[in-house]
Structures are given as C-alpha cells and as structure tokens.
Write a protein that binds this ligand. Structure first.
Ligand code: WT7
Length: 659
C-alpha cells in the first residue's frame, strides 16, 4: 500500500477556503466545525437527536435515538414514525418553496420542462393513488428501470409515499442483471419506460423488462407500468402492462403519506462486492433521509437561490441521495439531465451550466478527465469558452480524483473561485462521509480531507488498532451513523461478514485502503477487495469472471483492473478457452464475441477492455490464481516479484505476449 500513496502525497498545494463562502455557510469556519465534532463526540445520541428533531418532520416523535441491542443491526429513531415523501414535498406546501421550481428537466435533445414543488407533489400523489388503486401497499418491492426523467423521481417518491420499497436498476444494465435483481427482491411491480434516449439514440427498456420477466422466477410481478418516453410499437401484455399516464389519470392530486416506522426500508440498491453476486444494500427511511438532507446542506452549503446539478443517474446511489431525495428535502431547484456529456458535442455540460445558471455542480472524475481531453483537443468546447460565473461550488464523487484532474477542474471549470469538493462515500454509507466543506476546509488536491461531524472515520490494521499517521491501513467507521446500510437484503450473514468482521472490534469496514497525512487528512488508496472502479462504477472481478465462464468457449477466466487515464480502471480478462489457443484474426473475433457476451450478461460497463488468451493461468501449487501477478502483466510491466511459488511460471511469458 505504501508505495502507491507516495506519488499522491508529493502533492502539497493547499487552498484555503474562500472568505465569501465562509460567512453565512451552513458550517462556518474551522471552529464551528470543531465544535460540532466535539458535540457529536461528547454525546453522540444527543447530537443525532437534536439534528433529527430539527431537520425532519415526525408524525410520531421517537423516544430512542440509537438501539444497539442487535448490533451490527443498528436501529435509528426506531420508535418514531415519518414519511420520506412528506419530508421532501408536503413540508414545502405552505411555504414560499411551494411555487419554486423543483426540477428543471433537460432531455437528450435539449427540450426543457420544469415542475414546481406544488406540481411535483400533485404528480407524485396522483401516481401514488394510482398504485394504491392497483392494490399496492407498504412493504412490497418495486423495480424501477427508468431513464433520467421527472417520472423517475415521481416513481421513487410515490413508492416512498406508500412505503413500497424501491430498487432502482440502472438503465445500462442488461435484462439478465435486471432479472437477477427482480428475483432477489421478490418484486411485485416493475416501473419502466418504452425506451431511453442517450446521445441521439433510442435504447429499448420495456423489451429488456419483457426478456427479464420471461427468464422465470418473477411470478410475483403483477404489473409492468410503462412511461411513454419515445413512442412507437411495443409488445404489450394485456392485463399486466399499463401506461404510467393511465395509472395516474383521473386520480386525486392529494394522497395521504403513510406514517412509517423510521426503520421501514426505503430502498434496496444493488452494488458489487467480492463475490459474483451483487449485494442488495438496504437503507431505512428516517436515517437515510436525515443524512441525505444534512449532507446536502452541509457539504454543498445549499442556499435558497442555488441551482443544483448532480449529473449522476438515479440508477446509482448518488442519484438517490443527491437527485431523488436530498435536494428535494432541502427545497432546492435542481437540474435533471437525460443525456450524456458528449452529445450533441463535448461542450454540453458547460453550455448547460451557462444556460441554466447552475451554482452547484457535482460530477465524477471520469467525466472531468474525458472532458479535459476533449477540451484540449477541441478548444472550441473548452470550458473557458462558456460563461460559468454562476458556479459557486464544484464537487467530485465516485473514485479518487487525481491531482491533475483536480487542478484542471479547479482552474477551468471553477475559475479558481470555487472549492472542489472531493466527496468520499459509498452506496452503503447513504451519503457523504469524508469531504471538504466550502466554509471550513483548506483543500489539498487528491484528498477527500476530513470526516463530517458525527463520523468517526479512522485507519486501522488487521487487528483494528489505529495505525500511525502516514501509514496505510483499512478505512473504518468506529461509530454507527443514521444513514448507514441496515443489512443486505435477504442475507444478514453476508452483511455481518462484509462490513463488521469480528477482528475489527465492531467497526464498519468500508473496503477501501487509505492513509492520513500529518494534518489528519484522508487519502483514499482504492479498494482492498476484488472490486474495480470503472468510470466511478463498482464492478466485482468475480461478477465478470462468472459471466465469462458462462460462455461455452470459456474454461477459465481471471479478471483484474489496470489503471486507466480516463476511466480510472479498465477491465482486463485473462481467458483459457476449452479449445486450442486462437491466434490472429480468430483471437480478435473470439475476444469481440466475449466482450459482447459480457455486455449481455451484465451490461456494457462490464465489457473487458482487453482480453488475453492463454493455455493456463498463473497458479500456486495449491491452485490459487495469482491475481497480483496478473495485475502486473495487465499493465504491460515486467514481473520483478518472486514467482517461485508458481506451479507454471512459463505461463506469465505467454500471457505477457498474448493479444
Ligand atoms: C467506492 C464506493 C460514492 C457514491 C458513488 C460510488 C470509491 C467513492 C470516492 C472518492 C476515492 C472514492 C471508493 C468507495 N470512491 N468516492 N471521493 N475518492 N474513492 O458509490 O458505487 O458504492 O462505490 O467508490 O472505493 O468504496 P459506490
């Protein structure tokens, strides 16, 4: 671990907070931040109790803050009752926010539609009433497979309103992945669209749902509700399939929000782990919403006149926390964008920031890196060609942002006036955990800086002991927090094993390696498990391996990550076929076939960048694949490690030369 971090720590530029952002900030100045951290440390329950009472509307007040009796299955505000949708919408109805724009939606082809809070509330209520009329009720599970749209937010909010647990599946996932999730959650409802538009192309969604449901095991699904986005011919299953507009039509525009226990599950979101099967991360209503709202206020220092734009898709946790829930609970005006950053041209993001006067912009390092390249090669689309003076705060999420990308973002997008917030968090943490605050934190490019008040982040060794500053170790959270994962849906054992291994003293294990510098700043070094981060998306190497070996030509496969300038990591697959070693064009053909196979099995994001064929894989005498060596081969580097424990050292040469 230590060698990897050294290059990062050479970075020693420090950018103090901008005075104009300190004054009046939600957390203003280092003293204010320290005082909050101290308050949380002195009496965590009192700290969270105060915040939960001040920030959420409760139907029934809670009397217990944190129940640790079944740790690590923590319960927060467990005897309180509330509703997430009421806290995002109804709360604003008799305030000036009611007539404020909630969502400015921009479609792939540039059409803009917006809704006020009052209108969004009415649309959510009508759809919720429609779902009720179909017999849906609290506790059932709905799969949502929708493009970025106002309808996606309506669907999520309507579920939350009734206590239907949603599981959003990213539109880029294949029907196979969709099927797996539909079966795992035991969904009784699927909400989808006929198709989605991305970069001028129409990509069918309803057809993928039909395929997924035809794979069997989805007998609980009573309806498929379809948002008509594109129009045109569609296979229709009478009785089962319904148009979303028909479900809402004629329904009253008010719908009582169900008073739900704070621990009622709000959603299940699948993410990759170190086995082949994705984990259904389960979040609870009260704690998740509190943490989403607080971090929206604290990290982004949200103000009444801000225009907030988080570019993440609702298929990922970022789109849950910072599109569907946090900004609405905070009463912000936000942009929801259907398209991609490169269509109709690579200036799309900058042009949209200029036109909508975006003041808070939150995106992923992979987007920044690819737009940097594009801007350098096509100066016409360089951010300096646009008026980005509306920006106040710019953020980054999903993967480490390297100092060069940080500096480019800071100079060219932020105009050296906006702090770059490198926010570290995970699907499991619900919302931000370690992040700079605009009114508090001196920035260091490449560091996610300091934990939020109430978050006891630390770096420990295998025994759970704190490591010295400057030494690498496991990133853990020593105390629970309200927004944390509650369990893995249907697999409480895996939850315990993955996140609370016994040797770590009951700490939450994030799965990242990290270290702290002499100022206590956190530097994330990447995953410690077999999880890759490709363009900010988590991908299990075992998931890709299982997809590959499911192909009839494949006998064995090992997948590793290779550092990549744009996508962070790229997937490299080493494959043994159950036939003779292919060469030349034939090897290329089989590789192409396997790549599209993986896209069909998982989704295009999982496609290996490189496939290398060999007669075998490097294994120890006990048969364990030496991935460490494969990572070196994948980078095209020479192996300097000791390979004497290998059963078949010669295979390394073959794989190094393979195509
Ligand atoms: C993993 C979580 C955070 C929401 C979107 C991704 C990596 C995330 C950072 C960051 C370095 C980061 C970690 C983490 N990661 N943010 N600012 N710096 N690494 O959520 O899919 O659950 O992935 O993404 O490795 O464990 P996710």
């Amino acid at each position: 671990m230590s060698t990897e971090i050294e290059s990062v720590l050479i970075e020693n530029r420090v950018f103090p907070p901008f005075p104009n952002l300190v004054e009046g900030a939600a957390i203003s100045g280092m003293d204010n931040y320290q005082a909050m951290c101290d308050e949380a440390r002195r009496n965590p329950d009192a700290f969270w109790e105060r915040l939960a009472r001040e920030n959420l509307v409760w139907d029934k007040a809670f009397t217990q803050v944190l129940d640790t009796s079944e740790a690590p299955f923590y319960r927060w505000f467990g005897d309180g009752e509330m509703n997430v949708s009421a806290n995002c919408l109804d709360k604003h109805l008799n305030t000036p926010v009611a007539d404020k724009t909630a969502i400015i939606f921009e479609s792939d082809d540039g059409k803009v539609t917006s809704v006020t809070y009052k209108e969004l509330h009415a649309r959510v209520c009508q759809f919720a009433n429609g779902l009720k009329a179909l017999g849906y009720s609290a506790g059932e599970r709905a799969i949502i497979y929708l493009p970025m749209s106002i309808e996606a937010v309506v669907a999520m909010q309507a579920c939350a309103r009734l206590g239907i647990i949603h599981s959003v599946v990213f539109g880029g996932f294949s029907s196979k992945s969709l099927h797996e999730r539909t079966v795992d959650v035991g969904a009784s409802l699927v909400i989808t669209a006929d198709a989605q538009m991305r970069g001028g192309k129409s990509i069918p969604l309803k057809a993928a749902v039909d395929d997924a449901l035809a794979m069997g095991g989805c007998g609980a699904v009573r309806n498929v509700i379809v948002y008509q986005r594109v129009g045109g011919q569609l296979d229709w299953n009478n009785g089962r399939d319904l148009w979303m507009h028909d479900v809402s039509a004629g329904q009253p525009d008010t719908c009582p929000a169900a008073s739900l226990n704070a621990e009622h599950p709000l959603f299940i979101l699948y993410t990759s782990g170190s086995t082949g099967k994705p984990k259904g991360v389960q979040h609870a209503c009260g704690g998740f919403l509190l943490w989403s709202l607080l971090t929206t206020k604290w990290t982004f220092d949200a103000k009444d006149d801000d225009v907030f734009w988080c570019t993440a898709d609702v298929g990922w946790v970022t789109g849950h926390t910072y599109v569907a829930y946090g900004p609405l609970a905070a009463g912000l005006t936000q942009i929801v964008f259907e398209g991609v950053p490169t269509y109709p041209d690579v200036g799309r993001f900058w042009e949209m920031i200029q036109r909508h006067k975006v003041s808070i912009f939150y995106t992923a390092p992979t987007a920044i890196r690819s737009l940097t390249k594009a801007a350098e090669s096509t100066p016409k689309y360089h951010p300096r060609e646009y008026d980005l003076s509306s920006l106040r705060i710019i953020g980054s999420v999903g993967e480490p942002i390297n100092p060069e990308a940080w500096m480019w973002y800071y100079k060219n997008v932020g105009g050296e006036r906006c702090p770059v917030l490198d926010t570290w968090w995970q699907t499991e943490t619900g919302a931000h955990m370690i992040t700079p605050l605009p009114g508090v934190t001196p920035l260091k490019p490449g560091s996610c800086t300091l934990p939020l008040p109430g978050i006891e982040a630390a770096i420990v060794d295998e025994a759970g002991e704190d490591v010295e500053r400057g030494k690498g170790g496991f990133l853990v959270m020593k105390r629970p927090w309200p927004g944390m994962i509650r369990t893995i849906w249907g697999d409480p054992e895996r939850f315990k094993q993955s996140y609370f291994p016994p040797e770590l003293k009951g700490y939450y294990l994030a799965g990242d390696g990290a270290q702290r510098d002499s100022d206590g700043y956190f530097w994330i070094m990447g995953r410690i498990d077999d999880v890759l981060n490709v363009s900010g998306h988590r991908l299990g190497t075992m998931e890709v391996e299982s997809a590959l070996v499911a192909h009839e030509l494949v006998a064995e496969a090992a997948v590793v990550g290779r550092p990549d300038d744009t996508t962070g990591e790229a997937v490299v697959a080493f494959v043994v076929l159950n036939r003779t070693l292919p060469e030349g064009d034939e090897a290329d053909q089989i590789a192409a076939q396997l790549r599209s196979w993986v896209a069909k099995e998982i989704g295009p994001i999982a496609k290996p960048r490189d496939i290398r064929f060999g007669e075998n894989l490097p294994k120890t005498r006990s048969g364990k694949i030496m991935r460490r060596l494969l990572r070196v081969v994948a980078k095209g580097e020479r192996i300097t490690q000791d390979v004497s424990t290998l059963e078949n050292p010669a295979i390394l040469d073959q794989l190094s030369q393979a195509r």
